[in-house]
Ligand binder design. Structure first.
Ligand SMILES: [Mn+2]
Length: 544
C-alpha cells in the first residue's frame, strides 16, 4: 500500500459526472464543463495592468528600445516569448537578456549593464523581479523604466518599478493562481487590445501553466484548454519544430504532452546548457535554425534524463546510509549538477513523502532547491532560517536557496529543529478517492462523459475510483523491463482486469490468494475501432 489512508468522497453514486462535480465543490457546473475564452477574468482585476500596457505602448510609439528579461525555466522562457512576440507584432524594437542558471535566479546587475549598453529605455521582467529592489533602482539611475510581471511570493516591500503586474495584487483582493506565463499572457492581451492576435500566444501560456504546476481551475483551466487547441495548429515556427522533434504531431495534445514532453525539453537547455536556446526557439522565425535547436533540445533532454536517474540513485543511497528517510525534513548535499537539484528533490520528496532540500556543492557556495508536501509551506520554512542564507524564494510547494558553505551546519540544524515540531499527521499520505464504485458502473459511456472534466492536472485530477473486495484470479508481469503488472480479478461475479505501472514490490505486495481493494483511474482505450475502459491502479490494499 502506497498511501496511509484512502478517503472516499462518494459512495456508489448513481451519476458519476454530476455527483463528482458537486463533491469537488465546483460551483458553476456549466462554466466548468464549457470553459469559454471570453470568461477569462484575470485581465480585468490585475492591478497596474492598464499602466503597464500604456508604458509599453508609449515606448513603442516613441521608437524606444525595450529589453526583456525572463527566468530560465520553461515558465519564464514562455512568459518572455509571449511579451517579446506581442511587442514585435506591434512593430516595437525589442532585445532580450537570458541569464544562465549559474548567474543565479532573478534579475542581475550583469543584465542591468547589458541593457544600459544596448541603450534600452524600458525593461520588462517576467516570471522574476519581485525581489529585484536594487536592480530596479540601478535601472532608474540610468533613466530606464521597468515593469515587473511576476508571480512569486510577494516580499514585505515591493520594488520601485514603474508598474508591477502580479496575481496577488488585484483590485478585488482575490488571489489568482496564474503562472509567470499566465501573468505575461494577461499583459499581452491588454497590450494587443483584444484584437484577437493575442490568441495565437495562448499555447505558450498553457505550457507555462502546466510547467509551473499551477492549479488548472479558473482562468488557468481556460488557458490550458484553449492553449492545447491552439498548439495543435500553432503558428509559432519554433513550437512546430519542437513538436516534430518530440514526435507529437497530428494527434490530440494533452496536459501530459505539455508537462512531460514539451516543458522538459524547454527546461533542458537551462539545466545543463544555455537557456537562450529555448527562448530563441520560441521567438525564432528561421525554420532551419529552429530545427537545429529543437533537435538539440531533444538531445539535451535525453542527457538530462540519464543524469537525473543517476543522481537520484546517489541521493537515495546517501539518505538510506544516513537514515534520513524518517526525519521530518530531508536535507542532502552532494556534487549534483546545479540545474537538476530541483528534479532530484522532487523525486526524493515523492519517495519518502518528506519536505526535501537538495544542495549542490559544485560552486563556491551551496545552491539548492526544495520540494514539499501538502501541509508544509517550504518557502516560509526556509525563510525562517534566513539568517544563514544568501538568498531564497519560491512557492508553498517549491523553493530555491543559496548559502555559503560554512553556514550549512547551522542552517541544517535550525531547519531540522523547527521541523521536529511538526505533528505526525503532516506526513500521512492520503489518497482522495472520488467515489466507491461497482465494476458495473464503469461503462464506456460513463467514462467517456467524465472526459468533460478535462484538462486534468494539478487542482483538477483525473477522478479516482475504488472497488472493494476484488478476488484476484491471475497476475501477469508485463512491459519491456518487467516493471508493470496486469492483474485479473473478479468482482460481483464479473471478470475484469487492471494495470499497475512502475510498481515497487514493497508498495504493491499482493498474491493471488488475497481479496483486495483497488483504487484506480479509468480511461478510454480505443483499439481497432473498439472502445474499452482501462483501469490504471493508483493503490492496492488487502480487504478488511
Ligand atoms: Mn514561474
Amino acid at each position: 500500500m502506497k498511501y496511509n489512508r484512502w478517503v472516499a468522497r462518494l459512495n456508489y453514486p448513481s451519476n458519476l459526472l454530476n455527483e463528482i462535480i458537486k463533491a469537488r465543490g465546483i460551483k458553476d457546473r456549466e462554466t466548468f464543463l464549457n470553459p469559454d475564452y471570453n470568461s477569462l477574468s484575470s485581465s480585468g482585476v490585475l492591478k497596474s495592468l492598464p499602466e503597464a500596457s500604456l508604458i509599453i505602448k508609449d515606448a513603442i510609439k516613441n521608437g524606444e528600445k525595450i529589453g526583456i528579461f525572463c527566468d530560465y525555466d520553461a515558465d519564464g522562457i514562455c512568459a518572455g516569448a509571449i511579451i517579446y512576440r506581442a511587442i514585435k507584432s506591434l512593430k516595437g524594437e525589442v532585445t532580450y537578456y537570458i541569464s544562465e542558471r549559474k548567474e543565479g535566479y532573478g534579475f542581475s546587475s550583469k543584465a542591468v549593464d547589458f541593457f544600459i549598453k544596448q541603450k534600452v529605455k524600458l525593461v520588462i521582467m517576467l516570471d522574476c523581479g519581485i525581489k529585484s529592489h536594487e536592480e530596479v533602482l540601478l535601472l532608474k539611475g540610468a533613466s530606464i523604466k521597468s515593469i515587473i510581471a511576476d508571480h512569486h511570493q510577494l516580499p514585505a516591500e515591493l520594488p520601485k518599478a514603474d508598474a508591477i503586474v502580479h496575481p496577488m495584487l488585484t483590485n478585488n483582493k482575490t488571489n489568482l493562481d496564474l503562472s509567470g506565463g499566465g501573468t505575461a499572457y494577461m499583459l499581452a492581451k491588454k497590450l494587443l487590445g483584444e484584437s484577437g492576435r493575442e490568441k495565437w500566444l495562448i499555447d505558450l501560456a498553457a505550457i507555462s501553466s502546466v510547467a509551473d504546476v499551477v492549479p488548472l481551475t479558473g482562468d488557468n483551466r481556460i488557458l490550458v484548454k484553449y492553449g492545447l487547441l491552439v498548439l495543435e495548429k500553432t503558428k509559432n515556427k519554433g513550437l512546430i519544430e519542437l513538436l516534430k522533434s518530440a514526435k507529437i504531431v497530428d494527434k490530440k495534445l494533452t496536459v501530459y504532452d505539455l508537462g512531460f514532453v514539451i516543458a522538459p525539453r524547454l527546461n533542458a537547455a537551462g539545466r545543463i546548457a544555455h537557456p537562450r536556446d529555448s527562448f530563441e526557439l520560441l521567438v525564432g522565425e528561421n525554420i532551419q535554425e529552429n530545427k537545429k535547436i529543437a533537435n538539440k533540445l531533444n538531445d539535451l533532454n535525453n542527457t538530462r534524463q540519464e543524469l537525473l536517474l543517476h543522481s537520484v540513485e546517489k541521493a537515495i543511497e546517501m539518505i538510506e546510509k544516513l537514515r534520513l528517510g524518517k526525519k521530518n525534513i530531508i536535507v542532502v548535499k552532494g556534487d549534483f549538477e546545479e540545474g537538476i537539484v530541483g528534479l532530484i528533490a522532487s523525486r526524493v520528496c515523492e519517495k519518502y513523502y518528506r519536505p526535501t532540500i537538495v544542495l549542490s556543492t559544485k560552486g563556491d557556495k551551496l545552491k539548492g532547491s526544495a520540494r514539499s508536501i501538502d501541509k508544509i509551506n517550504i518557502t516560509n520554512l526556509i525563510g525562517e532560517c534566513g539568517e544563514y542564507l544568501l538568498s531564497s524564494g519560491g512557492h508553498a510547494m517549491a523553493a530555491g536557496l543559496s548559502l555559503s558553505k560554512n553556514n550549512y551546519e547551522n542552517f541544517k540544524k535550525k531547519i531540522e529543529k523547527i521541523s521536529r515540531e511538526f505533528p505526525k499527521h503532516y506526513y500521512e499520505r492520503i489518497l482522495k478517492v472520488d467515489a466507491m464504485v461497482r465494476i458495473s458502473d464503469l461503462r464506456v459511456e460513463s467514462i467517456e462523459q467524465l472526459e468533460k472534466l478535462a484538462p486534468f492536472g494539478m487542482g483538477n485530477p483525473r477522478p479516482i475510483f475504488a472497488i472493494e473486495k476484488c478476488e484476484i484470479t491471475r497476475i501477469d508481469t508485463i512491459g519491456k523491463n518487467a516493471d508493470h503488472q496486469k492483474i485479473y480479478f473478479k468482482s460481483n461475479e464479473i471478470d475484469s482486469s487492471c494495470l499497475i505501472f512502475n510498481f515497487e514490490q514493497k508498495e504493491i505486495n499482493i498474491n493471488s490468494a488475497d481479496k483486495v481493494d483497488i483504487a484506480f483511474n479509468a480511461s478510454i482505450n480505443s483499439f481497432n475501432g473498439r472502445k474499452s475502459v482501462d483501469l490504471i491502479i493508483e493503490d492496492v490494499k488487502k480487504s478488511r
